[in-house]
Design a protein around this ligand. Structure first.
Ligand SMILES: Cc1ncc(C[n+]2csc(CCOP(=O)(O)OP(=O)(O)O)c2C)c(N)n1
Ligand SMILES: [Mg+2]
Length: 371
């Protein structure tokens, strides 16, 4: 039986327990792919630590940390076929790097450089979405377009990421409702990290699970341990497969609720110590996806001290190179901030652009720089 055919209130799908022991069916990945999964999570964790530190040093404007969420992001992104599409929120740097949206781009974006918001031509990934849940109807629309273009048989699947807080937005309802009615090839991937800034999961909805919201839209909803990358990979693979080739009588869309935790602040502009207790964070750290995967790989004889050290070193080098590249590129001209908002610039924005140009002319750019 597929892991999707369960009651969405039945509990989380798991493959690894918190000690890295096997408690479910291990998905069919070869040793190299398993090591790649581990390395991607290590890369994301190290990147995250460095990015927070860059922001604290004034080398980056703001940044939304992802530590704790690597298992959900890497496990799901690795399940995508090359031509499938990823529609992210603003915290999916780890999923994005798996999709070919490199770390340098992510750094540039959070350094205020719009060039960092341009996906590479050959990577099927959409731009970062900051307005909560706005990407969900976009993802449904993209999937529906694929279906219409191919005579009712869509070629690709469309995975859309959003948070627990996003499930309270109208766009969530509209996107999922439409997907059910038009039977679009979507995977709705909810990163339930327990908090929407300072609003806890239990203040978000009286529903027992977020996964069960799928029942009302007529398709499957499943809860997965989001800190178990193998369980996430397995559930996401099945959902992507169903999106493209459903069985007779089955609807294409799935809602996945990946239960996990954000260890850090919502963004570097937030202070979580005012709304949550440290022991809550410590309790979730005991479920950390990285040591869990490492123990599993060591038990299987796939990783040893030497390989672990080599991975750590290569990850550190890769992140250092991305930072070097992002910081060494010429900073964009401030006037470009008006360029990519609308196809045709509305008059208020044109006025603001002119005002900025006049001020620069009058005082010189030096006057705008901080000491
Ligand atoms: C439409 C909209 N309303 C409010 C905000 C401000 N805001 C930014 S992030 C956030 C919380 C989102 O929480 P969640 O969906 O759980 O995602 P997470 O940040 O935890 O990944 C809010 C309210 C916004 N960006 N967009
Ligand atoms: Mg959240």
């Amino acid at each position: 039986m597929s892991t999707l055919e369960r009651d969405p209130r039945e509990g989380m799908v798991q493959v690894l327990d918190e000690e890295g022991g096997v408690v479910g069916d291990v998905p069919a990945l070869d040793d190299d792919e398993l090591v790649e999964m581990y390395r991607n999570m290590k890369l994301a964790r190290h990147f995250d630590t460095r990015a927070v530190s860059l922001q604290r040093q004034g080398r980056m404007g703001t940044y939304p940390p992802l530590s704790g969420q690597e298992g959900a992001q890497v496990g799901s992104a690795m399940a995508l076929a090359e031509d499938d599409w990823m529609i992210p929120s603003y915290r999916e740097h780890a999923a994005a790097l798996v999709r070919g949206f490199g770390l340098t781009r992510t750094l540039r974006y959070w350094m205020g450089d719009e060039r960092g918001n341009a996906p590479p031509e050959d990577a099927n990934i959409f731009t970062v979405a900051v307005p909560i849940a706005s990407q969900i109807p976009h993802a449904t629309g993209m999937a529906w377009a694929d279906k219409l273009k191919h005579g009712g048989n869509p070629e690709n699947a469309y995975i859309c990421y959003f948070g627990d807080g996003a499930t309270s937005q109208g766009d969530f309802h509209e996107g999922l409702n439409f997907a059910g009615v038009f039977d679009t090839p979507n995977v709705f991937f909810c990163n339930n990290n327990q908090w929407a800034i300072s609003v806890p999961r239990e203040r978000q909805t009286a529903s027992e699970t977020l996964a069960q919201k799928a029942v009302a839209y007529g398709f499957e909803g499943v809860q997965v341990d989001g800190m178990d990358p193998l369980a996430v990979y397995k559930v996401t693979s099945e959902a992507l497969e169903k999106a493209k080739s459903p069985a007779e009588g089955e609807l294409r869309p799935t809602l996945i609720e990946a239960v996990q935790y954000r260890y850090g602040a919502h963004t570097t502009a937030d202070d979580p110590s005012v709304y949550r207790e440290d022991d809550e964070v410590e309790r979730w750290k005991a479920k950390d996806p990285i040591p869990r995967m490492e123990k599993f790989l060591r038990n299987q004889g796939i990783l040893d001290d030497e390989r672990v050290d080599a991975i750590r070193e290569s990850v550190e080098e890769e992140v250092a190179a991305a930072i070097e590249e992002a910081e060494s590129s010429v900073r964009p001209d401030p006037s470009t901030m008006f360029d990519h908002v609308f196809e045709e610039m509305p008059s208020e924005l044109a006025e603001q652009a002119e005002e900025l140009a006049a001020l620069r002319e009058k005082y010189g750019d030096e006057a705008f720089l901080e000491e």
